[in-house]
Design a protein around this ligand. Structure first.
Ligand code: ATP
Ligand code: MG
Length: 266
């Protein structure tokens, strides 16, 4: 089986081939059900694009995967570790194996870019301040920012540069998995395209698994191995982009076949 062609949310493969394994996830706020019995396998080394209508529950699912939003029911395994299980020591290790770029960037506004990138290093390592500074400077460059940007406050950067700063912070701990929530939202198409190229380059160079939440059809086409669609509280379709387009109904069909979809996908 070629897993990158796989069109089911549950894969017939061993635990060590899977980076993220979700089973029977239910999330709800009061009586408002966001996810119901949601299953998903993300393979190690793949880039998965996660798409769905606004409010469908993409960011909530991300928070459930990274230990910030306890699911009402279900199991989350990341790199073989039960995120919501009892073993806190293992979970602590896990937190240094992923990097997250949140939807709003979530940079600390009173810290410079370099200081922002050093936050996870301070939290999860015992490195000397000098080494932390050197690593942070390297990550700033890896994220495609000029060296000088390291000394700026987030408010002194353009929106695109802020996204790169958030990416630099997500890369701080040399993660195995990179989570990106709407990384290209609000960027002009050229800058967004460069961001997609950067993600591809980083994935190749570092062997990352990448989980991208996006509404950007170009990102789905250019940066993702598989696409997972969230609809009706679960992964309603998954597979190569063309397959998911063919399966699309409702919001997803409009999304793919609307003028923007046609322009991006032909
Ligand atoms: N802490 C919370 N308490 C109550 N409701 C919440 C909470 N967090 C999210 N929600 C609700 O859950 C639903 C899903 O939110 P989520 O942020 O996951 O949407 P999304 O798919 O990421 O949308 P977008 O594409 O606009 O970012 C929304 O209706 C939101 O209002
Ligand atoms: Mg969101």
């Amino acid at each position: 089986m070629n897993y990158v062609d796989a069109v089911t949310p549950i894969l017939d493969c061993t635990a060590d081939q899977v980076a993220i394994r979700l089973r029977n996830i239910t999330n709800k706020f009061g009586d408002f059900i966001i996810h119901k019995d949601l299953d998903l396998d993300v393979l190690r080394g793949e880039t998965i694009g996660f798409v769905g209508g606004s409010g469908a529950g993409k960011s909530v699912l991300l928070r459930t995967i990274i230990g910030l939003n306890r699911p009402f029911a279900g199991k989350v395994d990341v790199l073989g570790i039960d995120v919501w299980g009892e073993n806190e020591a293992e979970q602590e290790k896990l937190a240094s194996k992923w990097g997250v770029m949140f939807q709003d960037g979530a940079l600390f506004s009173s810290l410079t870019v370099l200081e922002n990138v050093m936050v996870p290093l301070k939290e999860h390592t015992n490195l000397s301040p000098k080494l932390m500074g050197e690593i942070a400077a390297l990550k700033v460059l890896m994220a495609g920012l000029p060296k000088e940007a390291g000394d700026k406050l987030p408010s002194e950067l353009s929106g695109g540069m802020r996204k790169r700063a958030a990416l630099a912070r997500a890369l701080a701990l040399d993660p195995d998995i990179l989570f990106l929530d709407e990384p290209t939202a609000g960027l002009d198409p050229i800058t967004a395209g460069r961001f997609d190229d950067l993600i591809n380059d980083l994935k190749q160079a570092l062997g990352l698994t990448v989980f991208i939440i996006t509404h950007d059809l170009d990102t789905l086409r250019d940066a993702c191995d598989r696409v997972a669609a969230l609809a009706n509280q679960r992964v309603s379709a998954i597979g190569p982009l063309d397959y998911v387009r063919e399966q699309a109904t409702g919001w997803l069909e409009e999304y793919f076949s609307g003028p923007r979809g046609r322009a991006a996908l032909g």
